[in-house]
Write a protein that binds this ligand. Sequence first.
Ligand SMILES: Nc1nc2c(c(=O)[nH]1)N[C@H]1C(S)=C(S)[C@@H](COP(=O)(O)O)O[C@H]1N2
Ligand SMILES: [Mo]
Length: 327
Amino acid sequence: MLIRRRNGHDISSSEITPEGVYHDRRRFLQTASSLALGSLILPWEDVLAAPEKYAYADLPGVKPNPAYQDKDLKKLITKPEDFSSYNNFYEFGMDKEDPKANSRNFKTKPWTIKVHGLVSKPAEYQLEDFLKPFELEDRIYRFRCVEAWSMVVPWVGIPLHRILSRAQPTSGAKYVLFKTLMDPAQFPAQKSKILDWPYQEGLRLDEAMHDLTLLTVGAYGKVLPNQNGAPLRLIVPWKYGYKSIKSIVSIELVSAQPKTSWEIRAPDEYPFYSNVNPEVPHPRWSQKTERVLGTGFFSAKQKTLMFNGYTDAVASLYSKFDNRKLY
Ligand SMILES: Nc1nc2c(c(=O)[nH]1)N[C@H]1C(S)=C(S)[C@@H](COP(=O)(O)O)O[C@H]1N2
Ligand SMILES: [Mo]
């Protein structure tokens, strides 16, 4: 905040706060967050107040995209420690605590990523080269897991359409197929048969080209924690969470609708499109409400929104569909 001095010069509020009080306040903030009093004092307050100071140290050049900095959503941002300690990443185990516990030594450098299939310019890149031509954006999105928990996250990434345009899809390309790394030495659960490994996911080409679809390398202004899909994962905010595939090594343009790992496992429960729709229950539970991550034992339940709140942006993609179906 700026206030005006009698002599006409501007000074900032930190200058008019006595030095000791200022530091005591900072110490209180740190103590409060370490005691997890997050609902009273938000531990990421500093990051939001002064992103240039606290964030992006390991992700230089990130720019908040003003189209995705909704003020009301900003107030609902999930605590980073909840975001990184309650996860689905079946390669590391099926419990929500497994990914954090088992991913500590996951090797994300070097990382190779292939863009191939029905494209004019197929290529295999080291991750740094893959990202180099593009500006990283900070975007706040809602996220909704099919298991009915939700969160709000400031992601850092590149819209997928930029990556696809560089590769130049040919006229026969109609879908995009994504694959996670296959490496049972690092992903212990890939030795079991709980899913058809490697994890794979798909989007229709127009969904993949939609501006909301984000290839993500970071969150909260930092590189992604391993348990959240480092070094590169997809975020498709109007679809259930399993579409947002983690630790991607392959992006392939194809002509026919691909099978996804979850569809192979249970087609009635996890069909290809899987747009968030509160009116359509999962065969084993309702999708009408969601439990907000990090709100504790008496979890705040809130109503789930059609397309997870992104109807205006994406409904036109599905004008030919009966959206009562999960597809
Ligand atoms: N490779 C891979 N990607 C995955 C999963 C997985 O098990 N393996 N789980 C999915 C599911 S069900 C959800 S809800 C989200 C969870 O993302 P988060 O841990 O960042 O919250 O990741 C998705 N991406
Ligand atoms: Mo999920």
